[in-house]
Design a protein around this ligand. Structure first.
Ligand SMILES: NC(=O)c1ccc[n+]([C@@H]2O[C@H](COP(=O)([O-])OP(=O)(O)OC[C@H]3O[C@@H](n4cnc5c(N)ncnc54)[C@H](O)[C@@H]3O)[C@@H](O)[C@H]2O)c1
Length: 443
């Protein structure tokens, strides 16, 4: 198929490249000309493992192109995929300004029949709104379908090429066959439903996953008080097929560009039809407070934080991405700065994006995990990058001012920590207070 993808962010770029990879002709459009220039030079504006290699392969094969010229992209394509952002408004509702703009531009540029597929996460009823905007701007015939996206940053290419399922929200039955055929290169698990149900499936899926995370985080808080180990509890729970083991890792809560905004939006969607989604409201509240556990553990082990030096390992909301949107690290760093701490920050990939968001004289930017630990009174691990798992813990006592490690992602096992002399605090697991050697002796 000839496909245009509008928006070259985490979803649009990966989708476009993967549709090209399976043999379609794809033109990716963005109104950000700097992004397009980078892409044309085979530089990805986002960090996603494997993306640049696939871009190069498909560009060289003549199946992939990038442009800022939306009208040209629309005119040469049969299928138009909308993958622009739908960030939160201050009241939690999805901001549809980018969607509305894209719909208007599509309508104006249409020169023949087109299928318009919405991949952006949009509230129930939005595709009807899109249909109306396009109709107001064109005399051509067209269909609007909903194809919500479920990829995860960090494993987005594999998720797109091998998804668990594709959801097709369709009102015109004649589109089921060609769109099923298009997606069969990715999977046979294709679920065809109405547009409103497809829109809801996306929000319900994210809300359910967020619920699992907040649930295990609450269990972890209870584990700490009753002396149980949440990783053992989760393992024992997850072996029950009805529960499943995924999304049962306790930690400092979820972040990223999807769960926080999509849970807020679903609460609003429910509220708009006079339904109070009590359960999801609690999920959001639990998530908001969970990140502050890091601060309370720091205060409990260090006392007042003013003047203390704290090393931070990890800033992105999860490993293998540079995305810091709604990352727990933002509030943790801001709180520590307000408390008067000096910070040594390190992340393998996300430092540039974080610096654009927060730069402060209290922050020292470090080049590796060990540098962030050196001279620190404590380290807080906020993102479970593989790199941190490989840090030789027994060295920390020699470089840190005080050997305190707060592991917000339960990265290290008891066996790895024992014998290192560290005072180790994790989430929902017993503290490990090593026999800390006097620093002079350690050195
Ligand atoms: N990021 C994820 O992991 C993920 C996963 C599933 C679904 N989603 C959903 O997909 C959508 C996109 O998310 P994202 O993370 O890729 O967003 P993003 O902010 O990374 O990218 C959006 C892109 O759209 C471009 N854009 C906006 N308006 C445009 C217009 N009128 N014409 C051309 N380009 C335009 C922007 O310049 C930007 O490059 C959102 O609705 C999100 O909820 C995201």
């Amino acid at each position: 198929m000839d496909i245009a993808v509008i928006g070259t962010g985490y979803v649009g770029l990966v989708s476009g490249v993967c549709f090209a990879e399976v043999g379609n002709n794809v033109i990716c459009v963005d109104h950000d000309e700097q992004k397009i220039e980078k892409l044309q030079n085979l530089i990805s504006p986002i960090y996603e493992p494997g993306i640049e290699q696939l871009m190069e392969k498909n560009l060289n094969a003549g199946r992939l192109a990038f442009t800022a010229d939306l009208a040209q992209a629309i005119s040469q394509s049969e299928l138009i995929i909308i993958a622009v952002g739908t960030p939160s408004l201050p009241n939690g509702e999805a901001n549809l300004a980018y969607i509305e703009q894209a719909a208007m531009e599509i309508g104006k540029a249409m020169n023949s029949y087109k299928i318009i597929a919405t991949k952006s996460t949009v509230p129930v009823g939005t595709n009807e709104h899109i249909q109306m905007i396009i109709a107001m701007n064109t005399l051509q015939s067209f269909d609007v379908v909903s194809i919500p996206e479920f990829l995860r940053e960090g494993s987005a290419i594999d998720d797109t090429l091998h998804p668990d399922r594709i959801v097709l929200g369709i009102e015109n039955p004649s589109l089921a066959a060609p769109l099923t055929e298009l997606h069969r290169s990715f999977t046979d698990q294709i679920f065809v439903t109405s547009i409103r149900s497809a829109e809801m499936i996306k929000y319900a899926s994210n809300a359910f996953l967020a619920t699992k995370i907040s649930f295990i985080n609450e269990i972890s808080n209870i584990c700490e008080k009753v002396g149980a180990d949440v990783t053992e509890v989760a393992k024992g729970m997850g072996q029950d097929k009805r529960i499943g083991s995924s999304f049962l890792s306790a930690g400092i809560g979820y972040g990223g560009s999807c769960f926080p905004k999509d849970t807020d939006a679903l609460i609003q969607i429910a509220g708009n039809v006079d339904y109070e989604f009590q359960l999801l409201k609690s999920v959001v509240e639990v998530n908001k407070s969970q990140r502050y556990k890091v601060i309370s553990k720091l205060e409990a082990s260090l006392g007042p934080l003013s003047g203390k030096s704290v090393g931070i390992w990890g800033l992105s909301f999860k490993p293998n991405t540079d995305d810091i949107r709604y990352a727990p690290s933002i509030e943790i760093v801001e709180t520590l700065i307000r408390a008067g701490a000096r910070l040594k920050l390190y992340d393998p990939i996300a430092m540039e994006k974080f610096k654009e968001r927060i730069d402060h004289p209290a922050i020292q930017w470090c080049e590796n995990a060990l540098e962030a630990a050196t001279g620190s009174d404590a380290i807080c691990l906020l993102t479970d990058w593989e790199e941190f798992k490989a840090v030789p813990l027994s060295q920390l006592i020699f470089v840190m001012e005080q050997p305190i490690l707060i592991d917000g992602r339960n990265v290290f096992s008891k066996e790895q920590v024992q014998g290192t002399g560290l005072k180790y605090y994790s989430v929902g697991r017993p503290d490990l207070i090593g026999a800390s050697r006097p620093k002079a002796l350690a050195r």
